[in-house]
Design a protein around this ligand. Structure first.
Ligand code: PMP
Length: 373
């Protein structure tokens, strides 16, 4: 079978997150703090819209760019948000991941460089490789602040794309207005495509969300419903940006994903009617409880958004620490090394979990920090 495989297939391994998930499936009553999706259900109004779509036989292809009515809803929102972006176009993707794939297929030639901050979302690095590019991770430890000078120093004539993700997975870091503006203006000045992954925009606990598109009309924004409405399995995302680039993405969508699933697009249309404030408030409370519960023993790096934090392992490598957490407490957390980072010093903690799981997690983490053996 080996000779069937491309050189590309041999370039990367399956995600280390999958190993933790596989292990989790075998453990009895684990303390599961590894989940990258909301622990609430798809809101009832959205489920009803999807059931109605099935019952009224709305299950065929949609146009490549998505249902007209949903695109119009987005168009209206974007015209209000960015009144001066006359060239901004929008379409529905097959999840935010689908948007990321199309972006890289359109942007990259072999050897082109893509800058992103390290720690990074698990998909960025292999996706860049898959599309023939070269990843250029910028280390932002220990506080995850974005130093624009470091990004500027990493730019070469081959730099094509900067991927920006705030609120961030896996750190929960929310960039400041000054950081966001600086990155947006740098991309403009250097004529580099800035891709803003805004999938966690709803989950900002201490300050309102800010997009780099506010400072640079050429920013390509990738958004989606997976996290905001717990629709991870329904695969609806959104891409909006300069019309020419969107046109190219649509060409690739036509020949790959075809369209976002129609039933889920009807759900997405109903999603805007659902107030989500209570859900966000619940995560803020969970974040506060965790910071309160372990902040004296772990370096947490100001987790202000998404539903993650990325503490430093108090002893050993992150992989060693996680191994012990699993062995001793059936606690599932994800080590940074090989998954989210070039370093293996920190681990991801997701608080998209029940209050009871979080309490059990706090107790186990406190014991582990004090007792390596
Ligand atoms: N970007 C980030 C930062 C994410 O955390 C995720 C999901 N974990 C995605 C993109 C992909 O989301 P989707 O389910 O919409 O493909």
């Amino acid at each position: 079978m080996k000779h069937w495989l491309s050189k590309r297939a041999a370039l990367f391994e399956s995600s280390g997150i999958r190993k933790v998930f596989d292990l989790g499936a075998k453990l009895e009553n684990p303390i599961n703090l590894s989940i990258g999706q909301p622990d609430f259900d798809v809101p009832g109004r959205v489920r009803e819209a999807m059931i109605e779509a099935i019952n009224t036989k709305k299950g065929g292809y949609t146009p490549t760019q998505g249902l007209g009515i949903l695109r119009e809803q987005w168009g209206e929102k974007l015209r209000k948000q960015y009144p001066h972006h006359t060239d901004r176009n929008v379409f529905l993707t097959s999840g935010t991941s689908g948007g990321l794939v199309l972006t890289m297929l359109v942007a990259l030639d072999p050897g082109d460089e893509v800058i992103f901050t390290d720690p990074y979302f698990v998909m960025y690095d292999p996706l860049v490789t898959m599309c023939g590019g070269t990843s250029v991770p910028i280390d932002v430890y220990p506080d995850f602040k974005i130093d624009v000078d470091k990004i500027a120093a990493a730019i070469t004539p081959r730099t094509k794309v900067i991927i920006f993700n705030s609120p961030a997975n896996p750190t929960g870091y929310v960039a400041t207005r000054a950081e966001i503006e600086a990155v947006a203006l740098l991309a403009k000045e250097k004529n580099i495509l800035l891709v803003s992954d805004e999938i966690y925009s709803m989950f900002c606990y201490d300050a309102p969300f800010i997009s780099p598109a506010e400072f640079n009309p050429d920013v390509l924004v990738l958004d989606g419903y997976s996290k905001t409405h717990a629709m991870t399995g329904w695969r609806v995302g959104v891409a909006h940006g300069p019309a020419d680039f969107i046109e190219q993405m649509l060409k690739f969508q036509q020949y790959t994903f075809v369209c976002a699933p129609q039933v889920a697009q009807w759900g997405a249309l109903a999603a805007t009617e659902v107030p989500m404030d209570d859900y966000v408030a619940a995560y803020k409370r969970k974040r506060d409880r965790l910071v309160d519960g372990i902040g004296d023993l772990y370096e947490l790096g100001n987790p202000a958004g998404a539903f993650y934090m990325f503490p430093k392992a108090p002893w050993g490598t992150a992989s060693e620490f996680v191994q012990k957490a699993i062995e001793r407490y059936s606690m599932l957390i994800i080590p940074g090394g090989d998954v989210f980072s070039r370093r293996d010093t920190h681990f991801r903690l997701s608080y998209a979990a029940s209050d009871e799981t979080i309490e059990r997690g706090i107790e186990a983490l406190r014991r582990l920090a004090k007792d390596p053996d």
